[in-house]
Design a protein around this ligand. Sequence first.
Ligand code: SF4
Ligand code: SF4
Length: 303
Amino acid sequence: MLSLEHTIFSAREAGFDLCGAAPCHPQEQARRRFEEWLREGCDADLQYLRRNIDKRFDPALLVEEARSVIVCAVNYKNDTSLGYPAGCSAPRIASYARTADYHRSIREMLRDLFALLEKRCPGLRGRAFVDSAPLAEKCWAREAGLGWQGRNSLLVTPQFGSFVLLGELVVNAPFDRYSEPCAEQGCGSCRACLRACPKGAIGERRTIDARRCISCLTVEAGDGPRETCGWLFGCDLCQSVCPYNRAAPLHTNPRFDPLFDPRELSDEWWNALSEEEFDRRFADTPMARGGLPRLRRNLGSGR
Ligand code: SF4
Ligand code: SF4
């Protein structure tokens, strides 16, 4: 059996800012909402979202004898998360993309956490998830008490806002007690993110229409021009206006220190960039996945 207190303590030791745990069960309500979103075509034909729907909403289908979901979050807010200085015309890059690729960082942190838990719970088995395998992570984050789903569909935590990255461990052990699910709907009457979105991509039911969202359009593959409103990769607009993010502290985990400053990199600089230089400067960042051709596509799109 795992101890909630020890798990939270160990998660901090592994570099996470928040941690909670929830008992495994199928997420039926979330599944219905997701299927409705797919029926409306809001996934922009991203085929990977249509695969493994059963698994996405039932962790028991992902991990044999799954008993608990441990959800961890780490703050990555940095000095461009709230926006660029007035007059700065450099192509904008989402603040998470300035750091080492979080898939790798968080996987390593989850591996460290698992090792710490295993010492206290021999026979512990489990699987780590970082955005790359199907798991309804925002539902689990709410159930594990980390926060609520904001109007922009992102998880909002009271302490760190939505500039957090999530990772999960689905394990075969129960807990001595589970976290209190977050009942709070902290958005209240705020609608700042809806007003800030230049593409009208935020729906009334806490959903995003991926066909319009700049973040999806610039990060995902696909040919043809797209209106990016000055963003080269990702988009932070609906987060930068969020009052919880404005009040949140900057990150403290050095894994999430920025590796470059996009405010110094002009259109001309990006246009002149060679493949070799791109690899040298950005190989560790999330931008490496799509490579320079995807950035050139975004740069050549409507601004
Ligand atoms: S990421 Fe940008 S485009 Fe997408 S919903 Fe938020 S503000 Fe709108
Ligand atoms: S900007 Fe306002 S409505 Fe949007 S997620 Fe933040 S608190 Fe909620």
